[in-house]
Design a protein around this ligand. Structure first.
Ligand code: ZN
Length: 247
């Protein structure tokens, strides 16, 4: 069976001698892994269309539930080349591609996340604003059920103390917290910014100006949460090497 869908390449890795396994976020079926025959040979019809970040129209061949369908066609819609020009930006974006891959269930269509990722890549190509990346992380965690609990103490509901404990993925008050664990303190204005970002639509992002200090605390919170609760290895050497090889 042949299926055609729009897709964004999240990652790829070599398979057998000359083949490649590509992890996609597809519009039609969510996360899908597929393989390409000999794409690394000179003159391959795939060109650079299987590189991470590429937004393409692809055709997959294989039974509906085949583990590894074959990529028979891949036409670039948008290569997002500008996002590859700076290693710093590229690594930050690779982090969100990896996060997407690790939080979304396989083969589950999710239109919101697909559109969100496409919007964020387009915004980032125009302007390397860190706000877009933080916003994407917050929205993705909410969509996939990985969001931190920041409203008040997760055990007693108290909203006076705001100590975020990565090990709990939540806020605990002084009375409920284990004193030996690491935590991040934040105040109401940080919480309000987090709440605001989790509520607004992507298009609003371009029009707002956010206090940098508050935003960096939100970033610190969300990254600590991700590193502890989602992907301990997301900043590891292995991860960086994997993504740098694609540059
Ligand atoms: Zn409490």
């Amino acid at each position: 069976m042949l299926r055609t869908t729009e897709a964004i390449v999240l990652r790829n890795h070599p398979y057998l001698e000359a083949d490649l396994i590509v992890s996609y976020l597809t519009r039609g079926s969510g996360i899908v892994e597929a393989y390409a025959k000999s794409p690394r040979k000179i003159g391959s019809r795939f060109g650079s269309s299987l590189e991470p970040l590429t937004y393409a129209k692809i055709s997959l061949y294989g039974k509906e539930h085949a583990n590894l369908p074959r990529i028979t066609r891949s036409d670039i819609i948008k290569p997002f080349n500008k996002l590859r020009e700076s290693i710093k930006i590229y690594l930050k974006i690779s982090e969100i591609l990896e996060l997407t891959l690790r939080t979304l269930p396989v083969r589950e269509k999710n239109d919101r996340v697909f559109s969100l990722l496409l919007d964020m890549l387009s915004f980032l190509e125009e302007d390397h604003n860190a706000l877009y990346i933080i916003y994407y992380k917050i929205k993705l965690l909410e969509q996939t059920g990985f969001a931190p609990v920041l409203r008040g103490c997760i055990r007693c509901g108290d909203e006076t103390d705001r100590f975020y404990y990565p090990s709990n993925g939540a806020v605990l008050c002084k009375d409920c917290a284990d004193i030996n664990e690491e935590f991040i303190v934040f105040d109401r204005s940080v919480y309000s910014l987090y709440q605001y970002l989790s509520r607004i639509e992507p298009v609003i992002l371009k029009r707002i100006k956010v206090d940098e200090q508050l935003l960096s605390t939100v970033e610190e919170l969300i990254d600590a949460h991700i590193n502890y609760n989602v992907v301990e290895k997301i900043n590891s050497k292995e991860f960086i090497q994997m993504h740098c090889s694609a540059l």
